[in-house]
Design a protein around this ligand. Sequence first.
Ligand SMILES: CCCCCCCCCC/C=C\CCCCCCC/C=C/C(=O)SCCNC(=O)CCNC(=O)[C@H](O)C(C)(C)COP(=O)(O)OP(=O)(O)OC[C@H]1O[C@@H](n2cnc3c(N)ncnc32)[C@H](O)[C@@H]1OP(=O)(O)O
Ligand SMILES: Cc1cc2nc3c(=O)[nH]c(=O)nc-3n(C[C@H](O)[C@H](O)[C@H](O)COP(=O)(O)OP(=O)(O)OC[C@H]3O[C@@H](n4cnc5c(N)ncnc54)[C@H](O)[C@@H]3O)c2cc1C
Length: 674
Amino acid sequence: MTQTNNNMTVNPDLAMERAKCNFNVLEVTHIFDGGERNTLQRKKIEDVALNSGASKDALGEEHMSPKEKYENAVRKSCIYATMMKNELAELSGLESFGVSSPVIRRTADAFFKEVSPFLLHLGMFVPTIMGQCTPEQQSYWLPRALDMQIIGTYAQTELGHGTFIRGLETTATYDPETEEFVLHSPTLSSYKWWAGGLGKTVNYCIVVAQLYTKGECHGTHPFIVQIRDEDTHVPLPGIKVGEIGPKMGFNTADNGFLGFDHYRIPREHMLMKNAQVLKDGTYVKVARHGKLTYGTMVFVRVVLVNEVAFNLAKASTIAVRYSAIRRQSKPKPDEVEPQILDYVTQQHKLFIAIATAHALQLCSTWLWESFSAVLAQMKGGNTDTLPEFHALSSCLKAISTSDSAHLIEQCRHACGGHGYMISSGIPNLYNFVSATRTYEGDYTVLLLQTARFLVKAYEQAEAKKPLTPTVSYLAHAFSGSRATWDNSPDGIIRSFQALAAGKTAVCVTNMRKRMRAGLSQVDAWEMSTIQLVAAAEAHCRAVIADTYRKEIVRLTANSSPNVKVVMDQLTTLYLYYWALERTGDLLMFTSVSQKDLVDLQIAYEELLLKIRPNAVGLVDAFDLRDELLHSTLGSYDGRVYERLMEEALKSPMNKEPVSDAYSKYLRPMMKGKL
Ligand SMILES: CCCCCCCCCC/C=C\CCCCCCC/C=C/C(=O)SCCNC(=O)CCNC(=O)[C@H](O)C(C)(C)COP(=O)(O)OP(=O)(O)OC[C@H]1O[C@@H](n2cnc3c(N)ncnc32)[C@H](O)[C@@H]1OP(=O)(O)O
Ligand SMILES: Cc1cc2nc3c(=O)[nH]c(=O)nc-3n(C[C@H](O)[C@H](O)[C@H](O)COP(=O)(O)OP(=O)(O)OC[C@H]3O[C@@H](n4cnc5c(N)ncnc54)[C@H](O)[C@@H]3O)c2cc1C
C-alpha cells in the first residue's frame, strides 16, 4: 500500500524504513551541515535557487547533442550566476558571491548533471586573482571577475606536461623596450590543454609559463591573459584556441587547448604578489617560500575533499533508497522476497559509503580550518607550517578522491543493472569524481609528495627532534616492540598510526640499504616508491580515522542518546572496515592475533545488522533534494519503476514506431537486397 508523506506518494518499503528509524534525522543533518544555523541557511538558499524550477530541462541533457548540451549548460550557468550575484550572495552573507560558500557551490549541482562551464572561473580563476595578485592588481581584476564582466580559467597543463610543472614549455619573455611579455608556444607539446571553459566560454585565462628576463629563465610564473575580444568573443590575433573533444565526463565544461604565436601582454599582467619583473627587466623575488605560486592548486585540493564527500553522499543516498525498495531472490521459500538491503553483503557495500561520506565531510571542515590558519600565518610572513600542510592536503586529496570514486562505483554495483542507467544518476557522479583522482595532482604523485614529508619527519624522530602535529605519532616508532593491538576505537587508531610508522620505517631502511649497495639517492627513492605510496596512504588513513573520531565525539557531545549511538556505530564501522581491509599490515606491525581478527570480523558483521534499521534514516539525513540527485533510483518517494519507465518513454528513439534504420538497412538486409 502506498503512503503519503508531505503530500507525496511514497513507496511503502521506504515509508516502512522511515518509520523504523530510531534517531532524530534532523539532528544528524545538523551534524553533517556543521550546525543547525548552516542547515537553515542551506535550506533558504536551496528554496530560492530551486523552487522556481529554473534548474530543470525540458529535454534531458543526456538526449542532447554535444553542442546543445554545452549551450544549455551556458544558459543555466548564466541564470545561476545572476542568482548568485543577487539573491544568493545576500542569503549566504557574502559581500559578493564567489568561492567561499560551499552551499552555493553544492546547490549549483541541481542545474548541471555534469558541470558548469563557469566552474574554473569560480574555482580557479577568481582564487588565483585573490591569491597571486598584488593589492593594486587585485583591485583592478577582482571586481570585474566577480561581477562576471570577464570570464576566466586556469591554463597550466600542456599537451606534454601536467604533473611536472617545472617541465612546462610555454615561454613568457620580457621585452624592456615595450614593457611587455611575449608569450609563445614553441612546440606542439607546449600547447595548453585541458583548461575548463577555455574551448568556447572564457575571454581571459591565467597562463602558467616559464619566465625569461635578461636572458635568464626564472621558472614558471602565472600571467593573466586576454584571449578573446571582450565584445565579439573572437580569438585575438596570435591566439590559437579550441575545444579538446569528447571525454568520459565533464562534457559540458568545454575543456580547451591554447597556443601562442609571439603574443604580447603588458608587463603588469604578470601576477606579482610572489615575484616581480621591474620595468628594466630586473627579476625580484618577493615570497619567502618557493612554492607559493602553487597556491591555487593547494586551495583546490582542500576544496575537493569537500566536493567528493558531497558526491559520495549523493551516491549512497541513491543506492540505499533503491536497496530499500528493490526486492530480489527468495532465500526463505515461505517468505516474500527480501529487500536487497537485508543482504549483509549489500550492507557491506553501502554502509561504508555512508560512513566515508561523514568521515570526509568532517575532515574537509577540519582541513579548511587548518588551511585558514596556515594562510593567516603566511600573511604574517611565516611559512613554517606550509610543508606539513602541503603533505596533508596532498594525501587527503589523493585518498578522498580515490576512495570516493571507488565507493561510488560500488554504489553502482549495489544497484545492479538499473545503476548502469544514466538516469540512475550514478554514472555522472562516477565520471565526475573519477576525474578528481587525476586532476589537481594525480593520486600517486601527490602521495609521493606526502611520502617526502613522512621520510623527513621519520629522520627527525630518529634524531629525537620535535615533530609537527600530524606526524607526532612517529615518535613512538623506535620503541623496538610491535604496537599493542586493542579493538577500541582509540586502540585501532593507534594501530593505524603504527602501520604508517612501520611502513615509513621499512621505506627508510630499504632506501638506506639500496644506497649502501651503490644506488644513488634518486634511484633508491624510485625503487622504493611502491612502498612510499603505501606509507603515505597508511598515514592518511590514520589522519582521517583520528579526525573523524575526534570530530564526532566533539559534535555529538550534546546530541540525543540515539544520535550518539548511531554516529558512534558509523565511526566504529569505519574503523573496523579499514582494519579488516589491512589485516596483513596489522599482522606485520601490531600484536594482533588471528583470533583478534576473526573476532573483529564478527563484530563488524554484527555492527552492520545494528545499523541496518537506520540506513534509510542515515541517507535521509544528508537531506539531498531530488533536484540535486538527478536520479530515477534515489528520489525521496522511491517511485523507482515508474520513473524508469517515464524516462525510457522520453527517449527520442521512442518518438517513431519504426526507426528509419529499418527501411535503410534492416529491411534491405533481411530481404537480401543490401
Ligand atoms: C554559475 C555556475 C556556478 C557553478 C558553480 C561553481 C562554483 C565554484 C566554486 C568552486 C568550488 C570547487 C570547485 C573546484 C574544482 C575546480 C576544478 C578543477 C579542474 C582541474 C584543474 C587542474 O587540474 S589545474 C592543474 C593542476 N596541476 C597539478 O596539480 C600538477 C601537480 N604537480 C605538482 O603539484 C608539482 O609539480 C609537484 C608537487 C608534483 C612537484 O613540483 P616541483 O616544483 O617539481 O617540486 P619538487 O621539486 O618535487 O619539490 C620541491 C619541494 O617543494 C615542495 N612542494 C611542492 N609543491 C608544493 C606546494 N604546493 N606547496 C608547498 N610545497 C610544495 C615539495 O614537497 C618539495 O619539498 P621538499 O622539502 O624538498 O621535499
Ligand atoms: C577533467 C579534467 C579537467 C582538467 N582541468 C584542468 C584545468 O582546468 N587546468 C589545467 O591546467 N589542467 C587541467 N587538467 C589537467 C590535470 O591537472 C592533469 O591531467 C593532472 O595534473 C595529471 O597530469 P598528467 O595528465 O600530466 O598525467 P601524467 O603525469 O602524465 O600521469 C600519467 C601517469 O604517470 C604517473 N606519473 C607521472 N609522474 C610521476 C612520478 N613523478 N612518479 C610516479 N608516477 C608518475 C602518474 O601517476 C600516472 O599514473 C584537467 C584534467 C582533467 C582530467
